[in-house]
Design a protein around this ligand. Sequence first.
Ligand SMILES: *Cc1c(COP(=O)(O)O)cnc(C)c1O
Length: 372
Amino acid sequence: MKVPFYDATREYNLYKPEFDKVIADVIASGAFILGKQVQDFEESIGAYTGAKYAVGVANGSDALVIAADILDYTHGAEILTPVFTFFASTSCIARLNGKPVFCDVEEDTFCMDMKDAENRLTDKTRGILPVHLFLQTADMTACMKLAEKYRLTVLEDAAEAFGMKTMYKDKCTHAGLIGDFGIFSFFPTKTLGGYGDGGMIVTNNKELYQKAKSYRTHGSTIKYHHDYIGYNSRLDTVQAAILQVKLAHIDKAIQQRARHAAQYRDMLKDITAITLPVIKNGNTPVHYVFCLKAEKRDELELYLKEKGIGTSIYYPVPLHLQKCFEYLGYQKGDFPIAEKLCKTVLALPMFPELTEDEVSFVCESIKAFYQR
Ligand SMILES: *Cc1c(COP(=O)(O)O)cnc(C)c1O
């Protein structure tokens, strides 16, 4: 048996006539840039997440840059953000000449440690960029307390967080809708993933929405009249059509992921060399990534590879030790928890169409490794 880490073709084969029809419809319509399907999909995302406003852009990384630009994470503004995440969470600040101020993460949830963040505040701090990683949101209650106390804006990197919810002020709220802006990525592997790149900016603030909409088309609201120096970053119409089909099946897909996660938990719970993921802060998780902490991680990874099991390491290097961020002046040892996680985390295969037998095979293989 071979178990891929991720396989997009299974879902396509399941719903092939639906996908083929909507793709053909876009091509037949001849309207490729910001076609009707983009607006329809934005409305559907609003309805699903509770966002008042949604703006489709080319990818999640662009969504971050555009939102960070609008919130003025520029000119040396210090932005508190976790050191253990995907590169784009930080590069959006650095690219605009804002200053990323890294914070360590919680050892159990992998999300930004808001107490560490408070210790790193200065009079130049302007914003917080929390990341909702792997299966749950960061502690948004603590984040918003900090933001309110010090009058900071909040940009939620919800790239991985489609479908995740958290309790905020006694309300179950979708990820990305508590701060000023939230962003989603529709990169193919994401919970709601397209057949190419895609992203979205969400907000409940009308003024921010109008700016985001203008920024994605070169800062213009009327063609060839430019109020801002914006970007060329639009959600592709074909991708919007594909994503609309996927959104119709998303609840089932999320349930299937949860079922695999429950099976992993059940079958791996007695292995002492493994720490299973923990869910906190009143979060409703979505199992975008099933990430373990494992002893002898590198050997385990190799062993599983030889068995034909795909795994992934999110993330092998914390951001403060990336070459391009040397100029920020951090040292090895500055973020002990993130550095430790980079050496122990291992993500197992996780996508809706995995089978029970495949998950069993992964678990049996892990057991066999530790029993050698
Ligand atoms: C995937 C991801 C992004 C970037 O999204 P793209 O659509 O690939 O540009 C940003 N932040 C995090 C945390 C991600 O996982």
